[in-house]
Design a protein around this ligand. Structure first.
Ligand code: FEO
Length: 396
């Protein structure tokens, strides 16, 4: 499948409805994804990005339906990660020698590192322009959003920002335009993508979005490298990115726990009762981290103003699903979020200390000394948990 997105630009990527894991097994993609590649036809024909290697044959066939491969004059690689550059080596084999590849300086390193080819690289910097006939491309670097090599490319006249991973979503849709799809699904997937991929670089994201705004470029389309193309919601997704990049939180408190014999679960639920008593407006969500998709859970943490994290003690530490989600959250550089800890124990309340230390290392502000219960919590322990939940809600 290919389709026209404007007078001179064609989408020629791959919609992958069956993908459920990405970055190896690291990232869940419940709604699939798309790998977006774009062909610009002008006096010079330009291909922006390719697709992931497994789809190379389909990609080349689709591309051939639009153009003779040897008529591609320039390649732009906005980002060298293999999900966008995987088909490049095969494609290059069909092109005349010396077809230039425009990418950032780090993009050269990344492409050489992945493919060990000495192609005709043309490193570009922010503000560099490339005349392609009646239109012009302008390159805008976006380092660490989310790789050092990331850049975006702006097409004049048709006013399209090819934003690569920025503003992307792992979201398969045959519609491929933002205004045609379910808005809840779209914004959830955009947020999940942001929380799990862009959030570690939130400060850079905020600066980059502000820089893009200051350039005052008219934008008719934002064409990311994954998911749908933004057509109607351009202003909204830009404003939303700014909010997400600035210590984002909603009125949500998330309780995350794991449990062996339900003692810590009972504590979690009593803490929720206490939170509700103190604040019946805040959305309360309770997740067993061993039974919840970790990337969905990260998205919930991203939305939360505070989290309560609980685990029983195991071998002087905490249960692995809890340790793992804190570790995952630590990498996201989340700011301005509070946390509290709880858990049951048999003979050593080491869990409280371990959880507190881990959350503090992950840059959460840990409130209070935690609440613990030995063996199976009795009524008085659960009442203590209710009180603990009330105090935590009041501290937020
Ligand atoms: Fe979609 Fe960072 O590659």
């Amino acid at each position: 499948m290919t389709f026209k997105i404007s007078d001179s630009v064609y989408w020629t990527g791959k919609i992958d409805w069956q993908l459920r894991k990405f970055h190896g097994d690291e990232l869940s993609t419940h709604r699939g994804t798309s790998f977006n590649s774009y062909l610009i036809k002008d006096e010079k024909n330009v291909l922006i990005d390719t697709v992931w290697k497994p789809f190379t044959a389909e990609f080349l066939d689709n591309l051939r339906s639009l153009i003779k491969l040897e008529d591609i004059d320039y390649i732009v690689v906005n980002h060298g990660e293999p999900d966008h550059s995987g088909a490049l080596p095969h494609l290059m084999a069909y092109l005349p020698d010396g077809v230039p590849i425009y990418c950032s300086k780090s993009g050269v390193a990344s492409l050489k590192g992945h493919y060990h080819k000495d192609w005709n690289f043309k490193p570009v910097k922010t503000g560099d322009k490339l005349n392609i006939g009646s239109r012009e491309l302008t390159f805008i670097e976006a380092p660490m959003l989310h790789w050092p090599d990331t850049m975006t490319t702006y097409l004049s006249d048709e006013n399209i920002l090819f934003s690569n991973d920025i503003f992307g979503q792992h979201y398969a849709s045959e519609f491929m335009f933002d205004d045609k799809v379910n808005q809840y699904e779209l914004y959830y997937e955009a947020m999940k993508y942001y929380a799990n991929i862009i959030a570690p670089f939130a400060k850079k994201a905020l600066k980059k979005v502000e820089e893009l705004e200051s350039l005052d470029l008219p934008i008719n389309l934002i064409a990311p490298a994954h998911g749908v193309i933004w057509r109607k919601g351009i202003k909204n997704i830009i404003e939303t990115y700014k909010k997400w990049s600035d210590a984002y939180k909603e009125n949500q408190i998330t309780i995350i726990y794991d449990t062996m014999y339900n003692s810590t679960r009972l504590m979690a639920e009593s803490i929720a009762d206490g939170i509700k008593q103190a604040d019946d407006e805040a959305e309360i969500k309770i997740y067993n981290s061993s039974k919840t998709d970790k990337n969905d859970l990260i998205t919930e943490i991203f939305k939360s103003k505070g989290i309560c994290v609980g685990s029983p003690t195991l071998n002087g530490g905490v249960l692995s699903s809890v340790a793992s989600i804190i570790e995952e959250a630590a990498g996201l550089n989340l700011r301005d979020k509070k946390a509290a800890v709880f858990g049951s124990y048999g003979w050593s309340p080491a869990n409280i200390k371990v959880l507190t230390k881990a959350l503090e290392s992950a840059k959460f502000e840990v409130v209070g000394d935690g609440v613990k219960a030995q063996w199976k919590p009795e009524q008085k322990n659960l009442e203590e948990c209710v009180e603990f939940g009330e105090e935590f809600a009041q501290s937020l």
